[in-house]
Ligand binder design. Structure first.
Ligand code: COA
Length: 205
């Protein structure tokens, strides 16, 4: 797994924006988790507890990428996971994506999403899904430009009552035929056993 900060092994060399793109690493939780939470909670409509972040980062830290400036400040982040889905596919899920407002429109999110797609494809994923608010034009444009398709409209998906689109990117031919899609609940891509375990452990606030 690549490191960040000192002794960093960048997942990609300095990008056009002069940033470093690095894979998350568990040992750097103390350094980066507070800024990851801050960056994500600033813009997304859902307040996630720290356990939700750890659920993803402990198990799929290698599918989480950060854009850092020269002083190792967090500029952008993507958090994802990959696991077998009940439809029979090996499904990637992009749970969170955010770029600092002052750095938007420079291709940083596109780069982070492309890195997550490549990492999942390298791990033999069949498809990648995510949900985004139907009013989030920036997000919809960004994902659709990268090849994601709208697969479903999810009514009253978010706590604020807003609807979402589920977007899907097929990485392998024939994946679209392996249905049913399923999963109406706002489950962050977690299956019920995951959610129940977290609920019982008091992880869901
Ligand atoms: C969505 C978000 C991650 C995009 O980050 P970004 O680094 O600015 O995105 P990029 O620069 O890679 O933009 C890629 C494409 O997205 C589209 N896009 C980006 N910002 C846009 C905007 N404000 N309005 C319309 N389209 C936009 C454009 O098509 C752009 O390509 P182009 O510049 O060649 O036209 C960022 O706006 C953000 O953090 N928003 C708040 C959190 C959020 O909504 N996350 C997604 C939830 S699923």
């Amino acid at each position: 797994m690549a490191e960040s900060g000192e002794g960093t092994k960048p997942a990609a060399d300095l990008a056009a924006a002069g940033l470093q793109y690095v894979q998350y690493e568990g040992a750097k939780e103390e350094q980066y988790l507070p800024s990851i939470r801050q960056l994500i909670s600033k813009d997304l409509s859902e307040p996630y507890s720290i356990y939700v972040y750890r659920y993803f980062l402990y198990q799929w830290g290698d599918l989480c990428f950060m854009a850092l400036d020269n002083d190792s400040n967090l500029i952008g982040v993507i958090i994802s996971k990959l696991e077998p889905h009940r439809s029979g596919t090996y499904r990637g899920y992009i749970a969170m994506l955010a770029v600092q407002e002052s750095h938007r429109g420079k291709g940083i999110a596109s780069k982070l999403v492309s890195m997550a797609i490549d990492a999942m494809a390298a791990r033999d994923a069949d498809e990648i899904v995510l949900e985004t608010e139907i009013t989030n034009t920036a997000s919809l444009k960004l994902y659709e430009r990268l090849g994601f398709l709208r697969s479903k409209k999810l009514h009253r998906y978010y706590l604020n009552g807003n609807a979402a689109y589920r977007l899907i990117l097929y990485l392998k031919e024939g994946t679209a035929l392996k249905r049913p899609e399923g999963g109406h609940a706002h489950d962050m891509g977690m299956d019920m056993p995951d959610m129940q375990r977290m609920d019982e452990a008091g992880m869901i606030s």
